[in-house]
Design a protein around this ligand. Structure first.
Ligand code: F0G
Length: 469
């Protein structure tokens, strides 16, 4: 076996990070046989979203809603005030958001896409353009359903898996200027800024970039809204990489960053260490009024928005836990451990390693498979067959079809995401995962590719079915 980050040189000077918690409750895992996995994969149409979780060993499909809550959060669940209106847990949640994100108003939603729906419907009119630093599947679809067209304004480096730019999530201000010149600022209701950028590999946006973007938006009277889903992780990278931030806490950096934006939508299922929940937070009164009125139609009353009182309490506590420096450092440390192991073994992954996942470069894995043979989907299926580890496709299937032409979109990035839930798996699990991916890499020449045999209309990657070519 080749060297690992653990066995590499300087044994005597090592100072490792470790998780700032210990384990109080465990959930048994089962490993199926290869034959059982073959059967399960076939029944799931070779789509990891369609696998029963009983058939999965280590589940790295997503970091969304899959994290482990702390004993404090579980204690908070017992303090649920399940009043239909005015639950005390709502006010605790509002206070936690205001303290750590600094926005004025909170509209709770059942998860991130509920908030995306509200903001898109409130601000976008037919024919508008919404620039953003790379699309996210549900975010873009809500913008399109509201009548808008998403325009990617991320820097070019983000589309190159090997490029080592420290802030690959940054917005290219020249692309912003070109869009304003082309369509007019009056047709751009807001910029949709994500930190970190999920589809680019969990890549961060720098503080300098958001400052510049704020100045640009002020000049043209365009609003700036943040997808804050993994913003805590983004702040860790600012602390680590940006001059002047090494001695600031993640919490301080988060408040400063949000201060340059007009509001945010949030999938609390990620950073906030809960299994369900989300919100929209805004500063402008007009947007607040609209969103607060609309939430009653689609989610629930404006003091629960689809969450139980106990969910809001766990979420309020999770927000405070999520910004602790030692928590974020160990969370990203674990992702990095897996990334370094794979890099050491020559497995092609997106560099630098981002916040929430390792992204395998399926184009490099399978140069013999054309993109419409679904290389990233193939890779996710092969990893599952090898070990029962569940990953997901982030390539041509996720990108969907162009609404104008009906053709496949062909994204530059054809990736398989190996996503790490927070506080759930151990370093030994990461070893098992890395060894399985390495085994699949060693057999890469044999992969034959997939064809799509069923395709739903919206967000096809969730429910599409495939078969071997
Ligand atoms: N924005 C980003 C950047 C996301 O990653 C997600 C969800 C959402 C918005 C939507 O939030 O799921 O709570 O409705 N991402 C999940 C994932 C599904 O696996 O990356 P949601």
């Amino acid at each position: 076996m080749p060297e690992t980050p653990q066995t590499m040189g300087q044994q005597h000077h090592r100072r490792s990070w470790a998780e700032p918690w210990k384990i109080k409750m465990v959930e048994p895992l089962e490993v199926l046989t290869r034959e059982e996995r073959e059967q399960a994969a076939k029944e799931a149409g070779y789509n990891t979203f369609l696998l029963k979780s009983d058939k999965v060993y280590i589940d790295l499909l997503t970091d969304s809603g899959t994290s482990a809550m702390s004993d404090r959060q579980w204690a908070g669940m017992m303090l649920g005030d399940e009043a239909y209106a005015g639950s005390r847990n709502f006010y605790n949640l509002e206070a936690a958001m205001q303290k750590h994100y600094g926005y004025k108003h909170l509209v709770p939603t059942h998860q991130g896409r509920g908030a995306e729906h509200l903001i898109s419907q409130a601000l976008i009119k037919k024919g508008d353009y919404i620039p953003g630093n790379m699309y996210f599947t549900t975010t873009r679809l809500h913008q399109e359903l509201a009548g808008g067209t998403f325009v990617d304004v991320i820097i070019d480096e983000a589309h190159d898996p090997a490029n080592e730019h420290p802030f690959k999530g940054n917005v290219d201000l020249e692309k912003m200027q070109a869009l304003v010149d082309r369509v007019g600022a009056e047709n751009i209701p807001y910029v949709s800024l994500g930190g970190t950028v999920n589809m680019a590999g969990g890549q961060p946006v720098s503080m300098a970039n958001v400052k510049e973007l704020r100045a640009f938006c002020n000049k043209y009277n365009i609003r700036l809204y943040l997808d804050a889903t993994r913003m805590v992780e983004n702040c860790f990278f600012i602390q680590e990489r940006e001059a002047g931030y090494a001695h600031k806490s993640v919490a301080e950096i988060l408040l400063e960053f949000c201060g340059y934006t007009d509001g945010a939508w949030m999938s609390s299922k990620k950073d906030h260490l809960v299994n369900i929940g989300g919100w929209l937070a805004v500063n402008h009164e007009d947007v607040f009024e609209q969103a607060r009125n609309m939430v009653v139609i689609y989610e629930g009353l404006h003091t629960y928005g689809g969450m139980a009182g106990r969910d809001m309490e766990a979420l309020a506590i999770g927000i405070a836990e999520s910004v602790m420096d030692d928590h974020v450092a160990s969370r990203i440390g674990q992702v990095r451990y897996l990334g370094e192991l794979l890099s050491c073994w020559g497995v092609p992954i997106v560099q630098p390693v981002g916040g929430h996942a390792i992204f395998l470069d399926a184009k490099k894995f399978y140069p013999h498979l054309k993109q419409d043979m679904f290389p990233a989907q193939t890779l996710a299926a092969e990893i599952y067959l090898d070990s029962g580890v569940r990953t997901m496709e982030r390539g041509i299937a996720s990108a969907g079809r162009d609404p104008e032409t009906g053709e496949h979109r062909y994204p530059a990035l054809e990736l398989t995401r190996v996503t790490i839930p927070r506080r759930v798996y151990t370093q030994a699990h990461m070893d098992v995962v890395a060894e399985s991916i390495k085994a699949v890499y060693d057999n890469r020449d044999k992969a034959q590719g997939l064809k799509m045999v069923y395709e739903p209309k919206y967000l096809r990657f969730f429910q599409a079915r495939f078969d071997w070519l």
